[in-house]
Design a protein around this ligand. Structure first.
Ligand SMILES: Cc1cc2nc3c(=O)[nH]c(=O)nc-3n(C[C@H](O)[C@H](O)[C@H](O)COP(=O)(O)OP(=O)(O)OC[C@H]3O[C@@H](n4cnc5c(N)ncnc54)[C@H](O)[C@@H]3O)c2cc1C
Length: 439
């Protein structure tokens, strides 16, 4: 067989995960030859595009579904994004400062948030406990027409939103600027197969074959597809959870989250200013199970079926979820949120938990907006594996599956990949400089 040039690393997928890794490898290691392959004509056109996610830099302070441990891990990764982006000339196109708060409504949620404040505030210096009149000064529409008891945990002066596509593009731009290295970014290049060779992997694409000592697959929902095709990660199936959004005129000054129902494995809806659509507030995301790996792309249905592998373990896991009436009702309600004509009426009830006086005429379904969270089904333990998952079989391959908060964790996650890669290839990494720059 014809011998092709061997790259040190090939990264498959030009979303925020793949591009963050490209940047770290180019900037902080002595690896000289890294290639990134992306099937679309632009970087970050799928889940990392601002229209498809909630644009939130998750720090764990207002996300009541995070334990303190998880919150502190996410905070550390979020901090890396801020440290990276605040040095850029175009940081205004990437990082945004809005106030953010989580509201506790009714006596139970109010006491839950007071308790959370005493546990979390020592770790979050900017965190404030807001009473009704404080909330009213910042977000009057949250108080207008509300009778129930309410408090909020808030952060008022930090970066809270990110244009993750612009962030991804900047990772590529910065990587390409590193002198003396071959950094090759190929767009419009769909990877069709990865095959083991004597000294690495052959990566077959729509426009030729490439060869590398190490391959990292950061292809969103498709990462598990590549893993399954190579015989890895078969203990996982995938439940793709789509998230849709609704627009209203400008109703909130900042991000307003609600308290998570701890029986539900999916994040509660929130209201956010949209960094791409000034003058509108976006409410969502909903949580709709869909049999595709990429939103609005039904060609990915066969690929979903390939990794779903409906067997007794998958049925047992799904049955375990559906047996809980709250999850069942929630999933049914979220399906109805997609039905034209009635969906706005139904969603209004949920959105009024944030803005009680919202009117039906204020709500518009956000068309072609919202991506897919590829939630892993753990077939051994019959449960959902929430958050990111990494398969690293120790043979020069990594597969990254990245539901929320995968975009916030891009640099933290990429650093884990970098550590595995440099150890496997015997390369060097300048951790002192990395820590100085990003921590
Ligand atoms: C509704 C919703 C809201 C979210 N909100 C947030 C949030 O507020 N904050 C947050 O931190 N996270 C959020 N997330 C999660 C976040 O969007 C993802 O974790 C993140 O974008 C994943 O980035 P990625 O690069 O791993 O995947 P993606 O952005 O999906 O990128 C994968 C790339 O791989 C490419 N690709 C796929 N197959 C191939 C192939 N065969 N060949 C070549 N290229 C290929 C795709 O074209 C794509 O560009 C949200 C997700 C959703 C769906």
């Amino acid at each position: 067989m014809e011998k092709t040039h061997t790259h040190d690393v090939i990264i498959i997928g030009g979303g925020v995960s793949g591009t963050a890794l490209l940047y770290l490898l180019a900037q902080y290691t002595d690896l000289n030859d890294v290639m990134l392959l992306e099937k679309y004509h632009v970087i970050a056109n799928v889940n990392s595009h601002g229209r498809n996610n909630s644009q939130t830099l998750h720090c764990g302070d207002i996300e009541t579904n995070y334990t303190l441990d998880k919150a502190l891990q996410v905070k550390a990764s979020a901090n890396m994004v801020v440290r990276y982006a605040e040095k850029l000339k175009n940081k205004e196109d990437i990082l945004y400062k809005y106030s953010k708060m989580v509201i506790g409504v009714g006596d139970k949620e109010v006491s839950q948030l007071r308790e959370r404040f005493s546990q979390f505030s020592p770790h979050y210096s900017g965190m404030k406990l807001l009473e009704r009149e404080d909330i009213e000064k910042i977000e009057p529409t949250v108080i207008d027409g509300r009778k129930e008891n309410i408090i909020a945990l808030a952060v008022l002066d930090e970066y809270t939103a990110v244009n993750f596509q612009a962030l991804s593009q900047s990772f590529v731009d910065q990587a390409l600027k590193v002198k003396g290295k071959t950094i090759d970014v190929k767009l419009n290049t769909k990877v069709t197969k990865i095959k083991k060779s004597d000294d690495g992997y052959r990566v077959k694409t729509s426009s030729g074959t490439h060869h590398a000592k190490f391959v990292v697959v950061s292809s969103g929902g498709h990462s598990l597809l590549f893993a399954h095709r190579m015989g890895f990660g078969l203990e996982f199936s995938c439940l793709p959870m789509a998230g849709s959004f609704y627009y209203t005129p400008d109703m909130l000054k900042g991000k307003v989250y609600t308290v998570q129902n701890d029986k539900l494995p999916f994040a509660a809806i929130h209201g956010d200013p949209d960094v791409l659509v000034p003058g509108k507030t976006r409410f969502g995301p909903t949580a709709l199970a869909l049999p595709v790996l990429e939103r609005y792309n039904w060609k990915t249905l066969p690929e979903f079926l390939y990794i779903f592998k409906l067997d007794l373990n998958v049925i047992k896991t799904l049955w375990g979820l559906l047996r809980v009436s709250e999850i069942r009702n929630y999933l049914f309600k979220n399906m109805c949120f997609e039905l034209p004509i009635i969906r706005r009426h139904l969603f209004l009830g949920d959105a009024r938990k944030i803005v009680p006086n919202m009117k039906l005429k204020d709500l518009t379904f956000a068309k072609k907006t919202g991506g897919i969270r590829p939630v892993m089904i753990d077939k051994k333990n019959h449960c959902l594996h929430l958050g990111e998952a990494k398969l690293s079989p120790g043979n020069g391959l990594i597969f990254n599956m990245t539901p929320s908060p995968g975009a916030t964790s891009c640099l933290g996650n990429a650093e884990k990949d970098l550590d595995i890669i440099v150890e496997f290839l015997g390369a060097k990494v300048d951790k002192d400089r990395l820590n100085k720059d990003l921590r």
